[in-house]
Design a protein around this ligand. Structure first.
Ligand SMILES: Cc1cc2nc3c(=O)[nH]c(=O)nc-3n(C[C@H](O)[C@H](O)[C@H](O)COP(=O)(O)OP(=O)(O)OC[C@H]3O[C@@H](n4cnc5c(N)ncnc54)[C@H](O)[C@@H]3O)c2cc1C
Length: 79
């Protein structure tokens, strides 16, 4: 129900922070059919590398997203 003076929220979950934790959360929620909106206090991505290495468990989680997701990450890292 829409109340006067309030904005109606059309997404199921609002995620604050577009770092790896926020993006992984979004990915998992989408897998369960929920809609998400991600917001971040920074307007662009950082120019510092914070993930030169992707650890095995991260690759395992990416593998759940869809076929060949992990392979695409590995190949991109090798280019
Ligand atoms: C120099 C460096 C090198 C690294 N190298 C590696 C590596 O090779 N491999 C690896 O696995 N890990 C690496 N790490 C660690 C990895 O970057 C962190 O573990 C990871 O970024 C943590 O993810 P996070 O989502 O918890 O936090 P963050 O990546 O810090 O993301 C949090 C996000 O939330 C946003 N935010 C914060 N407060 C608010 C707010 N109030 N409202 C809205 N948005 C907000 C921030 O702007 C940010 O974008 C490295 C870290 C550093 C510093």
């Amino acid at each position: 129900m829409k109340q006067e003076g309030r904005l109606e929220m059309k997404t199921d979950v609002l995620i604050a922070g577009a770092g790896p934790v926020g993006l992984t959360m979004a990915m998992e929620l989408k897998r369960y059919g929920l809609s998400v909106r991600i917001i971040d206090k920074d307007s662009g991505r950082t120019d510092k590398s914070k993930a030169i290495v992707l650890w095995a468990r991260t690759l395992e989680l990416l593998d759940r997203v869809g076929p060949e997701t992990t392979e695409r990450f590995i190949n991109a890292g090798l280019e």
